[in-house]
Each structure stands twice: as C-alpha cells, then as structure tokens.
Design a protein around this ligand. Structure first.
Ligand code: IPM
Ligand code: MG
Length: 378
C-alpha cells in the first residue's frame, strides 16, 4: 500500500492542451508505480472546453474540483479565432487562467529554462555566445503588476479645438500597480531559490521611468540585505532582453514583474531550445508540509498544430515533475521524470519544434511517441 495519496485536478483546456496532458498523465502513472504513491487524477473542462461544456471558461464544478484538490495540473487555454464571439472578460485567458491564479493567491511563478547540451544546435544563438550554458530560473510575480491593475476601454467624445465638431475615439487604459508587500514576497521567493542554485539574483525593472520600477528596486535592494550570501544585481528590462541574447550564461535567477516575466520567459525559452519545453509552477503561500500549486506549460494552445500529434509534450511533463517536487515533496520522483526527459532527448527523440534536419542519430517523433519514450526511460 502506498502511504501517500494526492488529489490532482487535471485541466487540459484547449488546442494542444488535451494531447500533451495525456502524455503527462501517462508519465505520472509510471512514476506512481515506481515510487509507490497514489494519485487521484480527475479531469475537468476549462477554457473554451469549459464554455462548450458548461457555458463558462471556468465552470463552477471545475473550480470546486480545484478547491478539493492538492494541486492543479493545467494545460493551456485560449483560441483567438473564437474570441470575437464573447466579451473580453469572459474569455478563457482572463476568466479561467488569471482567475485561478488570483483565486488561489498564486503570486510566485517559477519558470526554469535549461538548454540540454544535445540541443545546443537548436539554440538560435551562435555557440560562442553560450559560454557556460543556459540555466536560468525566471521568477515572475503573477498576481499583481500590469496584468491586474485597473483596466478599461472607453469611448471618448470631445469637440475639435478649431472646428468645434464633435469627434469620438476609443481609449484603452491598463495600470501597473504593485505594493511593497507584493514586491517583498516575490523577492523572498527569488532569493530563496537562488540559494538552491548559483546564488545570484538579477532583479529586472524599469526604474528609470516607472514609479513601479523605482519602488521595485528600492524594496529588492533592502530585502537583499537579508541574503548576504546571494549576489544581487539590478537590470533595466530592455537591457535584460538584450543581455539574454548577448550573454545568457550571466543569469541565474531573474526576478521580474508580471508582464516583464511573461515576455522575458518566452525569450529565455527560445534560447533553451523551445517554448514547448518550458514548464512552470505557480505557487502561493507555503504551508508547513504541502504547497498548493498550479502547474502549466508556459507556452500556449498552439491551435495551428493542435490535434495533429506533433506538439511537444515535454513542457507539460516537466510541469508535472514540478508538481511532484513543490506540492507533494516527492523530490526523487520529480528528479526521475526530469532525467527521463533528458534520456529521451539524449536517445535522439525529437518533436518537430526541436528537430533539425541533417542532425545525426535523431528521430522526428510525434507527441505520443515522445511521451512513450519518456515513460520508457523511467
Ligand atoms: C503565460 C501566458 C499567459 C500569460 C496567457 C495565456 C494569459 O502567456 O502563462 O505566460 O500571459 O500569463
Ligand atoms: Mg506568456
């Protein structure tokens, strides 16, 4: 009998969500047997799948399931083609994903990017730029900043200065709002993560222009004094985007506001091989033993390749590994999944996004075959 039981809400969502989720569950089932713990995995609709099933991107039953679960394994949501059919606030990105992040207070988003040596040729950078390699943890604030500040789109009507004719135009407002408490808690996550790594935090901001950025820099600098063993440096976000492509090996932990982290993590993912390989963990407050979290690939629904068995399931599989590590404390099992992914890549298995024509001893495979190769490597 296994001593550990965990409840997982599996929300596959839209686009490639269902097919990559299937592979992640396949891998979890193998891990479960091997490391003797029990997973109660319940699938529920979210996103457009939720709208089709229950008229809501986050159906009540799905939210209830999440509340009863120990963690959420999330696929991806959003189908831009269908967007015009419903108001913005009801669309899956806001009504399901952002809602879940906020509902569960998941303020800390961890996105580990690592370029496996076998994929060096896939990296868009010239080899001499890679230095000691790419191994970056993007720590993204996830429940504040530009995503969550007051927003509106208004119709403005005014009289033209000279002709006095009325004219109207639309005006859109998004606001970047952050409190020092919100900066502190995400900075703690970054410094603590750095202690498990190479002990360096690069804090990203736009302190030369934004009020947010100035406060961010001040608060992070102060808090950094509590971590004298971790080197802290500050970088403007525009420079950060440039430094990533010039000399990515300088980065260990990148600490970012919500929007900056969204953008830089995609850039970092491309350097790490493919967005299809970037997992993420969204965490809230840590309880004594177990931490509730939402685990999802950082990439989107990729509607253009959905349902064709060509999507890369690795980001979803690695997200499941992060869940075992952070929410269930099953570190050994998490490491086993991560090394199984490494073995499948080393053995030459490549989905289309990481396949290079002419490369010796590699084989282009589909979503399912990649999942099988990872499961077999376990
Ligand atoms: C991500 C995604 C989401 C985000 C979208 C789908 C709303 O791009 O997780 O990075 O912007 O946070
Ligand atoms: Mg993104």
């Amino acid at each position: 009998m296994s001593s550990k039981n965990f409840k997982i809400a599996a929300l596959a969502g839209d686009g490639i969500g269902p097919e990559v989720m299937r592979e992640a569950i396949k891998v979890l089932r193998v891990t479960e047997k091997k490391f003797s713990f029990a997973l109660q995995i319940t699938e529920a609709p979210v996103g457009w799948a939720g709208i089709d099933a229950a008229s809501k991107a986050l159906p009540d039953a799905t939210l209830a399931l999440c509340k009863q679960s120990d963690s959420i394994l999330f696929g991806s949501v959003g189908l831009p083609d269908r967007d015009p059919t419903i108001p913005k606030e009801q669309r899956p990105e806001r009504a399901a994903l952002l809602r879940l992040r906020k509902e569960f207070g998941l303020f800390a988003n961890l996105r580990p990017v690592k370029l496996p040596k076998e994929l060096a040729s896939i990296c868009p950078l010239r080899p001499e730029r890679l230095g000691e390699g790419i191994d970056i943890l993007v720590v993204r604030e996830l429940t504040a900043g530009l995503y969550f500040g007051p927003k509106s789109t208004e119709e403005i009507v005014e009289l033209h200065e000279t002709t006095q004719q009325p004219r109207s135009y639309r005006k859109a407002v998004d606001t970047m709002v952050i409190t020092c408490g919100e900066i502190e808690r995400i900075a703690h996550v970054a410094f603590q993560a750095a202690r498990q790594r190479r002990r360096k935090v690069t804090s990203i901001d736009k302190a030369n222009i934004l009020e947010n950025g100035a406060l961010w820099r001040e608060v992070v600098t102060d808090l950094g004094k509590q971590y004298p063993d971790v080197a802290l440096e500050h970088m403007f976000v525009d420079n950060g985007a440039m430094q990533l492509v010039l000399r990515p090996s300088q980065f260990d932990v990148m600490l970012c506001e919500n929007t900056f982290g969204d953008i830089l993590s995609d850039e970092a993912a491309a350097l790490g091989g493919s967005l299809g390989m970037l997992p993420s963990a969204s965490l809230g407050k840590a309880s004594a033993e177990q931490m509730f979290g939402l685990y999802e690939p950082a990439g989107g629904t990729a509607p253009d390749i959905a349902g064709k068995n060509i999507a890369n399931p690795i980001a979803q599989v690695l997200s499941a590994a992060l869940m075992l590590r952070y929410s269930f404390g099953m570190v050994e099992a998490a490491v086993a999944i991560e090394s199984a992914v490494g073995k499948a890549i080393a053995a030459g298995y490549r989905t289309g996004d990481i396949f290079q024509v002419g490369e010796a001893e590699t084989r282009k495979v589909g979503t399912r075959e990649m999942g099988d190769a990872i499961a077999a490597a376990l």
